[in-house]
Design a protein around this ligand. Structure first.
Ligand SMILES: [Zn+2]
Length: 552
């Protein structure tokens, strides 16, 4: 449903007035928080878009912190902008997610409210924390005016397709997945939820929440092969809490990772003393614990990270801290599978809603196919970039691909954020099925290592030779072996990253290959495999583009 007819569109002619009122010594250039429809933004030239200071993308619009000059420019170009606030300094802005569009009425009287779209409002009350002001029923995301996300028209950068990911999982690796799935135990999941509920509350800022964090740390630390650490952070001013991060390092390329995550903190109408949070979100946390237990006994090409986030209920603080850090460190994340509320069945048989943004659509498609193959679980994929109320959202902000698995996007659970959200209200068969599907997808993306590990360190360099009669590209590849069982190698080439074809004729015995007579104007992608003396082939190496090693 569109709100475009609602009459909110105000051409930003107020800009000059606002600027006059706000300018002061040391004032930053940005003076107004505005909302602009994407359809209107895309008429702007790329260099104007590139200068915009986006702080939140939604399904049909962007929230932007604009300077006086930018407001004038938008007005001059006839781009309608809704002014949300003209004095952002010192404000603590929150997105509030509504369970129904009418619920916005319940926010009045607590602070300033601006409707952003049908399900999403912007809320602030000076610099105060929304969690401490608003009733527990409201779901929050803290926005930071210092965030700068690129306001770019989508679709230029092609997402990794489902087909590409499929072609990467070799048959022998795929055969292992049913075995992993069969090891997921409903009894373990039940015990995990009970153990988490027994902390009485896991409301971030309480000691009990920190005890729950220690309990999770101990669980992951007891599993072989995992490197477990605390990831402490500040939230809501000077409060502290910790994410728990457990890593199973990849055997062929540890720098690429797949994340399986859930928030372990909880809230309720009596948050500091009684917030069992069985569905929200001991259920997702229990799944991460159980998936880690099963998969930590096996080896994968890429790293698997099992993360339990804290302070989600205060406004997604833990996941934001983690995703920002990952981006700043240049981490390559293949995909993020976030589970939040995977245990309450309002109507049998419950389906799992898989929520993605357009760039993560392939990941959602992969979840659906994993669920169909490995778990008896109905699914529903929803593409909605406004669905921001859980820990996948900060990963979207940083340009990573992520999905959120939730029992129902509309949250019909009557115990939601109440003291009655307990284990006895959950359907553990449903929790078990969701855990199995999530495990299967995580394992597929990380690629189980079979008898032979994939080659590593693949590099490519390309050269175009132009003569009177031809214009051809030559690509030089080299890699290194990671196994003494390897007797040869195959090189796979793709132009569309969807279909790979073998580039070599006979098995290669050297760890180099020269691919000739290619089209000068095309980009080529390569991956290599190792083959043992019985002809068994490894998984694919990490993929490279033909010019990745060229001197820029
Ligand atoms: Zn939650």
């Amino acid at each position: 449903m569109s709100r475009r007819s609602g009459g909110w569109r105000i051409i930003a002619l107020l800009a000059g007035l606002a600027a006059g009122a706000l300018s002061g010594p040391g004032d930053t250039a940005e003076k107004a928080l505005i909302r602009v429809e994407k359809g209107d933004l895309w008429i702007l030239p790329a260099e104007v878009l590139a200068r915009l200071h986006g702080i939140q993308e939604l399904e049909t619009s962007w929230v932007i912190l604009a300077s006086d000059e930018q407001l004038s420019e938008l007005a001059a170009r006839r781009v309608p902008a809704e002014i949300l606030d003209i004095s952002p300094e010192g404000k603590a802005y929150f997105l509030v997610f509504l369970r129904s569009p009418e619920a916005a009425g319940g926010l009045r009287g607590f602070g300033e409210v601006r409707i952003l779209d049908e399900w999403t409002v912007l809320f602030w009350s000076g610099g105060r924390e929304a969690r401490e002001i608003l009733p527990a029923e409201f779901k929050l995301k803290r926005l930071s005016p210092e965030d700068r996300f690129p306001v770019v028209r989508p679709g230029r950068e092609r997402a990794v397709s489902a087909a590409e990911a499929d072609v990467r999982l070799r048959r022998r690796a795929a055969e292992l997945i049913p075995q992993f799935v069969s090891l997921v135990s409903k009894a373990n999941l039940t015990k995990n939820i009970q153990d988490l509920q027994d902390f009485r509350t896991r409301y971030a800022s309480t000691a009990a929440c920190e005890y729950a964090g220690t309990f999770l740390f101990e669980h992951f630390s007891s599993l072989p092969g995992l490197e477990t650490s605390y990831d402490p952070f500040l939230f809501a001013g000077t409060r502290t809490t910790r994410n728990i991060v457990a890593v199973l390092p990849g055997k062929s390329n540890a720098d690429r990772s797949v994340i399986l995550c859930a928030h372990y903190d909880s809230t309720s109408n009596q948050p500091t003393t009684n917030a069992p949070g069985a569905d929200d979100n001991a259920s997702g946390t229990a799944a991460v614990m159980e998936i880690a237990r099963v998969l930590s006994s096996y080896a994968f090409d890429f790293s698997l990270k099992f993360i339990c986030f804290s302070a989600e209920e205060w406004g997604l603080y833990g996941s934001k801290h983690y995703a920002q850090k990952a981006k700043a460190a240049g981490e390559t994340i293949i995909g993020v599978v976030n589970m939040d509320m995977i245990g309450y069945e309002d109507v049998p048989s419950e389906d799992i809603d898989i929520i993605v943004n357009p760039a993560s659509d392939w990941l959602g498609a992969r979840y659906l196919s994993a669920a169909e193959r490995y778990a008896p679980l109905p699914t529903l994929k929803i593409v909605n970039a406004s669905f921001r109320g859980s820990d996948h959202s900060p990963f979207w902000d940083q340009g990573y691909h992520a999905l959120c698995g939730i029992e129902d996007a509309g949250v019909p659970n009557p115990h939601y954020h109440k003291t009655t959200d307990t284990l006895s209200t959950l359907n553990m068969d449903f929790v078990t099925s969701v855990t199995r599907a999530s495990l299967a997808l995580g394992a597929e993306l990380a690629q189980p290592v079979v008898s032979l590990s994939a080659p590593a360190g693949l590099t490519a360099r390309s050269q175009v030779l132009t003569s009177l009669f031809s214009n051809a590209k030559t690509v030089f590849l080299d890699w290194r072996t990671t196994s003494d069982q390897a007797v040869g190698y195959n090189v796979y080439r793709s132009t569309n990253r969807e279909r790979y074809e073998k580039a070599n004729g006979t098995l290669l015995t050297a760890t180099t290959f020269t691919d000739r007579f290619l089209r000068a104007g095309s980009a080529y992608y390569y991956a290599v495999t190792a083959v043992d003396s019985s002809g068994r082939e490894s998984n694919f190496s990490a993929e490279v583009r033909d010019d990745a090693g060229n001197r820029k």
